[in-house]
Design a protein around this ligand. Structure first.
Ligand SMILES: [Zn+2]
Ligand SMILES: [Zn+2]
Length: 174
């Protein structure tokens, strides 16, 4: 996404706003793929202070992922608040900046968007906060089926914890 800032460059201190949506190809993070289920949506404001632009807003989208407990595919929305700075620079100077460069009369937001996504997008998640996961014995989805396996047999180590959890749950329900 590129924003033409010819007008803002002449109006120091005047805030402008923009909303846009952009389709994003899957991003491969060395084996883990970020697969978007909707366009990247960005709401931002930008203001020139005489030296550079302060660009701030919210980026949001959703990812397709598999639940860490039951392995079911689900959609995980996410959003990132950001506040970044863009400084006018030549191609050579840009290498040494610790903020984003811009050239001419255009802010190119592509790299900032990619950085925000790669640094902030969730990589793992659960289909729902209280996902019951899979039965360690028969592998059935405990959100859907209540099997008759004695789970403490298959998972002795956690048996006392399971019993405690059940006790607490029973108490809650009384
Ligand atoms: Zn799940
Ligand atoms: Zn089972």
């Amino acid at each position: 996404m590129r924003i033409n800032v010819a007008a803002e460059l002449k109006l120091v201190g005047k805030t402008a706003g923009r909303h846009f949506e952009e389709e994003m190809e899957p991003i491969d993070l060395g084996g883990h793929v970020l697969d978007f289920t909707m366009p990247i949506s960005v709401d931002l404001t930008y203001v020139f202070d005489g030296e550079g632009f302060n660009v701030a807003g919210v980026l949001s989208s959703a990812l397709k992922m598999n639940c860490t407990k039951c392995n079911k595919e689900f959609e995980q929305p996410f959003s990132v608040d950001f506040s970044e700075r863009f400084i006018k620079a030549s191609e050579e100077e840009a290498e040494e900046l610790d903020c984003y460069p811009f050239f001419g009369e255009e802010l190119d937001l592509e790299r900032m968007m990619l950085d925000l996504i790669i640094l902030n997008a969730p990589v793992y998640g659960q289909c729902k906060p209280d996902c019951k996961g899979l039965c360690p014995v028969c592998g059935c989805d405990l959100n859907i089926t209540q099997c008759s396996c004695s789970r403490s047999l298959g998972n002795d180590r956690f048996a006392p914890l399971d019993e405690l959890a059940q006790l607490l749950k029973d108490e809650e329900e009384v």
